[in-house]
Design a protein around this ligand. Structure first.
Ligand SMILES: Cc1cc2nc3c(=O)[nH]c(=O)nc-3n(C[C@H](O)[C@H](O)[C@H](O)COP(=O)(O)OP(=O)(O)OC[C@H]3O[C@@H](n4cnc5c(N)ncnc54)[C@H](O)[C@@H]3O)c2cc1C
Length: 432
């Protein structure tokens, strides 16, 4: 009988196994990984650089980056958050650096440093790793044994405790549902918006600060696939502000990714077809832009609108929006009618784009959905349905915006689970 079987050799699985091993030296721990390689998502994470976590933040602020799970992670973050994670990796010799936007990376700019550290520490602690071992079934052995039976294609393992960290796995979710857990249907999060609007063609690479707001669907469409637009809107999920990057397929950048995460359920429900209004000059509150343009008309009447960009907006975007308002390359400010100013003001502060689908953001993408948070004790990450079964990482209905927060969820959950598993094992040991 093993002390602990960990399902999944990913971020959460390794962190949980290592911290259990550290707190309970000598315990027999085995990681089962279905692939030939462990830690494959860590390897490709952050474009191969691995954005390990985010700069230390106060727990409430850290939790505010999680569209799902923020409330539940608040307590756990008081025990183990970015600071502790950074100390852990640095103690293993992984020098870290914090970039201006708060993302933390290895100084080496290579995820291999993180992988090497996790593998090396697991080896030092004598943790077994079985690759090519896909878990096909889990069952609880009845009392007095109170253990877990774990099946792979060619082996059956028994363990006192079970840590389930398979990431987003429909197969494991099915098993967990059969064991009594509620599963929130998975939908993608962290994606970019596809639009073939001619105003954006050939502008790829341009970025600007903007405010984005998803518009209400047509009358009678307020409820899409059971998800209410108004409810999503009221809870602030469909509005954001920040850098927007124009790509050859549409809109990307931190603000778009944040919106895709907060509105993930709504966007899935409407089939990724919706209208988004972009204010390219969010520094002007509503109504202030038109008087500003009128003042430019006053001061520069002879200059052409295209060539006399009156803002810090990238020049090519400025001219494209002017064109969208019907203002041609030769039109001078003095020739712009009030209606023309109104149209230009609308383009600058509220261009509406029809989004027709999503694209994957290659640096990072995650799944929203998974084991319902109602079924988890957040002091220990133990299942309320199956005592002795612990869950951490993306298998839970927790996800975050980009910036190292998704890994932090895996590290924090696995650390708390490891603490509970280690004390459970010690208690069982002394009872024997
Ligand atoms: C391209 C990309 C880049 C990313 N970059 C970042 C980043 O820079 N920063 C950040 O914070 N987040 C990033 N993320 C998100 C982050 O990778 C995940 O949140 C994190 O890996 C979740 O950890 P996990 O341990 O829960 O799951 P995973 O890392 O997915 O690990 C789960 C493991 O379980 C295994 N498994 C599944 N089913 C079974 C089974 N039945 N039997 C045995 N093994 C099984 C899988 O093969 C896998 O190895 C990125 C994601 C992607 C896709």
């Amino acid at each position: 009988m093993l002390d602990l079987v960990v399902i999944g050799g990913g971020a959460a699985g390794f962190y949980g196994a290592i911290h259990t091993g550290r707190q309970n030296p000598g315990s027999s721990i085995l990681i089962l990984e279905q692939n030939k390689e462990v830690l494959s998502k860590v390897r490709i994470s952050g474009g191969g650089r691995c954005n390990v976590t985010h700069r230390p933040l106060e727990a409430r602020e850290l939790a505010s980056h999680y569209p799902r799970g923020g409330r539940e992670l608040l307590g756990p973050f008081h025990t183990h958050a970015s600071l502790e994670t950074m100390a852990f990796f640095e103690s293993l010799g992984v020098a870290l650096k914090t970039e201006a936007d708060g993302r933390v990376f290895p100084v080496s700019d290579s995820s291999e440093s993180v992988i090497g550290a996790l593998r090396g520490e697991a080896r030092r602690l004598g943790i077994g790793i079985q690759t090519g071992s896909r878990v096909t079934e889990i069952a609880g052995a009845p009392e007095p044994e109170n253990s877990w039976i774990i099946h792979t294609a060619d082996h059956t393992y028994r363990a006192r405790c079970l840590l389930v960290c398979p990431g987003s796995s429909s197969h494991i979710w099915r098993i967990l549902r059969n064991l009594g857990h509620r599963i929130v249907p998975p939908v993608p999060s962290l994606f970019t918006f596809r639009t073939d609007d001619p105003r954006l063609s050939d502008l790829q690479g341009i970025s600007a600060e903007a405010r984005l707001e998803v518009l209400a669907p047509g009358p009678g469409e307020e409820l899409v696939a059971g998800v209410s637009f108004r409810k999503a809107q009221r809870s602030g999920q469909l509005l954001t502000e920040g850098p927007v990057l124009i790509t050859h397929w549409g809109l990307s950048g931190p603000a778009v990714l944040r919106l895709s995460a907060w509105g993930a359920r709504y966007f899935a429900a409407c089939g990724y077809r919706f209208k988004v209004r972009v204010n390219w000059m969010p520094e002007y509150h509503q109504g202030a832009l038109r008087p500003f343009l009128a003042s430019v008309r006053e001061s520069d009447p002879k200059k052409t609108v295209w060539r006399s960009r009156a803002t810090t907006l990238p020049a090519r975007l400025w001219t494209r929006l002017a064109e969208g308002a019907g203002i041609g390359p030769e039109a001078r400010w003095a020739e712009i009618s009030s209606a023309g100013l109104e149209r230009f003001s609308e383009q600058l502060s509220g261009s509406v784009f029809q989004v027709n689908g999503k694209s994957t953001f290659k640096e990072e993408f995650v799944t929203a959905g998974g084991v319902s948070l109602k079924d988890i004790h957040f002091k220990t990450f133990e299942s309320k349905k199956c005592p002795g079964l612990f869950l951490a990482g993306e298998v839970l209905d927790i996800d975050a915006v980009t910036g190292g927060f998704n890994f932090q969820n895996a590290w924090t959950g696995a650390f708390l689970a490891a603490g509970a598993i280690a004390s459970r094992l010690r208690a069982q040991e002394s009872a024997r």
